[in-house]
Design a protein. Structure first.
Length: 226
């Protein structure tokens, strides 16, 4: 079993922990994205300091970063409110994803063997995660599947823009999987169809499939879930 220390010349060199504020930031962010901290929950500095094992000062620093990212809203002397995913946020993310991913799907054809192989690996992983009930893991792999197609175009600016949506997509993905469990099987099937279209070199089919796959979320935002 691997240990957390390195032994050299008779001395033990402890692995340095990340700064306290970074540990609090990671703890809260993971909790929000994976819905351990649900939208509408009020977090206090005291409970977070106790959970991570730090003082309140790094907690305040971490919460300011999370507020800047739009995940929480700070209320002086009360705590941090976890912001729910709003219909407007879903609509904004869907609009941006459609612009980026339809272009990326068209540009991905003809798809290089490396892209096809990577997408096959990700789809197999997501199927295993879904079968095991690992919804947070499945949501991460879902995002990776789409990100691989975007990155395949070689446009670094577009890839960075897409990566900026990462946290919002993860949070929305986990929320949808919990509230619409039937959607998981549909997502896997649609990923398979997108992969088949790329494998066969049918750019227009790939674009159409991406449009329908992502567009479902716009129905969700308007309360028109199908």
């Amino acid at each position: 079993m691997r240990t957390c220390c390195i032994y050299a010349v008779g001395m033990t060199l402890a692995v340095k922990q990340p700064p306290a504020a970074d540990r609090v930031y990671a703890h809260v962010k993971q909790g929000v994205l994976e819905r351990h901290y649900e939208g509408g929950v009020l977090l206090t500095e005291g409970e977070l300091a106790e959970a991570v094992g730090v003082s309140r000062t790094p907690v305040r620093e971490a919460l300011l970063r999370l507020e800047a990212e739009g995940l929480i809203r700070l209320y002086p002397k009360k705590g941090a409110l976890v912001l729910p995913v709003s219909a407007q946020e879903i609509a904004d993310v869907v609009e941006t994803r459609l612009l980026v991913e339809e272009h990326a799907a068209r540009k991905a054809v003809p798809a290089p063997p490396g892209l096809i192989e990577r997408l096959e690996e990700l789809l197999a992983r997501q199927k295993k995660q879904a079968a095991a009930g690992d919804l947070a893991g499945a949501a991460v792999t879902d995002r990776c599947f789409h990100a691989e197609i975007v990155r395949s175009g070689g446009n670094e600016i577009l890839s960075r823009l897409y990566d900026q949506l990462r946290d919002r997509q993860l949070r929305m993905g986990v929320a949808v999987m919990h509230s619409h469990p039937d959607r998981i099987a549909k997502t896997l099937a649609e990923h398979g169809e997108i992969l088949d279209a790329l494998r066969s070199g049918d750019a227009e089919a790939a674009v159409d499939l991406v449009h329908r796959h992502i567009g479902w979320f716009s129905h969700l935002a308007r309360g028109e879930v199908r």
